[in-house]
Design a protein around this ligand. Structure first.
Ligand SMILES: Cc1cc2nc3c(=O)[nH]c(=O)nc-3n(C[C@H](O)[C@H](O)[C@H](O)COP(=O)(O)OP(=O)(O)OC[C@H]3O[C@@H](n4cnc5c(N)ncnc54)[C@H](O)[C@@H]3O)c2cc1C
Length: 396
């Protein structure tokens, strides 16, 4: 049981804030340590699949998120000429769980921060960096040059792909650079080339995105194939545009809306795998445990699922060690399967063997006709309707 226990959550990102909410609903006293002093516009847009939405809905955030975003019931994959390769419907998992949502990351973050602010069992300490933590639940933080140490019953490491806490415990962690670059941005207006959730598989790599429901459009591109990495390294927007305009003319007007390279978010794609997610009172969650390529749109939702399942297992089982064992046993294989798929998809989109792009596209066209192909088959990890009910039940 987690009721009345003291929990420290390291990191106030998607995973950490959701974990704080779920654990507080289950009765824990939670302090969130976030190194950043002021929440910022983090990384453009985000696609939340219905598994992640089920938890956020269970926390009472469905309406605020629906108002902030754009619901999507299918994704379409296209070749470089715009021809349809496949249409992938979002799996209908019941009322309110039959769509994915595209929205600004800042809107998601703000919705979570508002919910955290309204929860008396959570203390949010911004501008506070965790510098040490051990398996006995001792956490040392630094804020404005002052250090202090607190003792807690559980330390949730939700501190992202470059996790500090992961490096302090015995997790058997491996971090791999997948030598892939992603570039993301937001532009004003809605654009015919991205009038729904679309992804183009072109010789230059992937270009995709969707409207965000607020009169702007989110786009993402890979920048792994030459000469794109060079253009990105130099911050050369003209060259970047030119490469994409040649590979995929319809996206030209979207990139024309970007006025300087600094408006883009450039990210190296890493894969994190950990043999263990628990070390004493330290437990990993989100990207700290399992960062994956963005190709499935499952990284954020997986962090949200971790948060809910951690609280569900802690609420249902004691001692804490047994609940943590159950959490890791339930989440680790499920996430690994999603992560493996995301990696295969990255390979497929970025690196078809020379000259085999058309063969790949033909295969995708055929696969797209199979009745079972829907966004979610095999990647949702948990049954969304059940997760929604279990999240609601946390508040008891
Ligand atoms: C290019 C790209 C596109 C993506 N698109 C999608 C998408 O469309 N849909 C989706 O579901 N996922 C997507 N993802 C994945 C998603 O962004 C991540 O999986 C998600 O943000 C992970 O959340 P998190 O809370 O685990 O980590 P983070 O969001 O990284 O949060 C970690 C937090 O911890 C804080 N922190 C770090 N160290 C410390 C410390 N020592 N002390 C205190 N605080 C600390 C950080 O400041 C940060 O706020 C994408 C990822 C990439 C790279």
């Amino acid at each position: 049981m987690i009721e009345n226990r003291d929990v420290a959550v390291v990191g106030g990102g998607i995973g950490g804030l959701t974990a704080a909410l779920c654990l507080a609903r289950a009765g824990a006293a939670v302090v969130v340590f976030e190194q950043v002093g002021r929440p910022r516009e983090a990384g453009a847009g985000i696609l939340l699949m219905n598994n992640g939405l089920s938890v956020l809905g269970g926390l009472g955030l469905a309406d605020v998120l629906a108002r902030a975003g754009h619901p999507l019931r299918a994704a379409t994959l296209h070749d470089a000429d715009g021809g349809l390769l496949a249409k992938i419907p979002v799996r209908d998992c019941g009322p309110g769980l039959d769509y994915a949502l595209m929205l600004r990351r800042s809107a998601l973050h703000q919705a979570l921060l508002d919910a955290v602010g309204a929860e008396p069992r959570i203390t949010l300490r911004l501008g506070t960096r965790v510098v040490a933590a051990n398996r006995d639940g001792k956490v040392t933080v630094e804020s404005a040059g002052v250090r202090e140490t607190v003792d807690v019953d559980l330390v949730v490491a939700a501190d992202g792909v470059h996790s500090t806490v992961r490096g302090l415990g015995d997790f058997g962690a491996r971090v791999r650079d997948l030598t892939a670059l992603s570039v993301r941005g937001m532009v004003h207006g809605e654009h015919p080339a991205l009038d729904g959730l679309r992804e183009y598989w072109s010789p230059a790599g992937v270009f995709g995105g969707a409207p965000m429901g607020d009169g702007s459009t989110y786009f993402f591109t890979s920048a792994t194939k030459r000469p794109l990495p060079h253009a990105v390294a130099l911050g050369d927007l003209t060259r970047f545009r030119q490469v994409w305009r040649t590979a995929l003319p319809p996206v030209g007007p979207i990139l024309d809306r970007v006025t300087c390279f600094d408006q883009l978010y450039v990210t190296d794609i890493l894969r994190v795998e950990c043999r263990r997610w628990v070390d004493g009172r330290l437990v990993l969650l989100g990207d700290a445990a399992h960062a994956m390529p963005p190709n499935l749109g499952q990284g954020g939702s997986s962090a949200i699922l971790d948060a809910a399942i951690l609280a569900i297992e802690l609420a249902a089982h004691q001692p804490v060690d047994e609940a943590l064992r159950r959490y890791a046993a339930r989440r680790r294989p499920a996430v690994r399967a999603a992560q493996a798929r995301a990696c295969r998809l990255l390979q497929l989109t970025e690196a078809p063997p020379r000259g085999l792009g058309p063969v790949r596209d033909f295969g995708v066209r055929l696969a797209g006709r199979l009745p079972k192909v829907s966004a979610g088959n095999g990647v949702l990890q948990e049954e969304p309707a059940e997760l929604y009910a279990a999240t609601v039940a946390l508040a008891g």
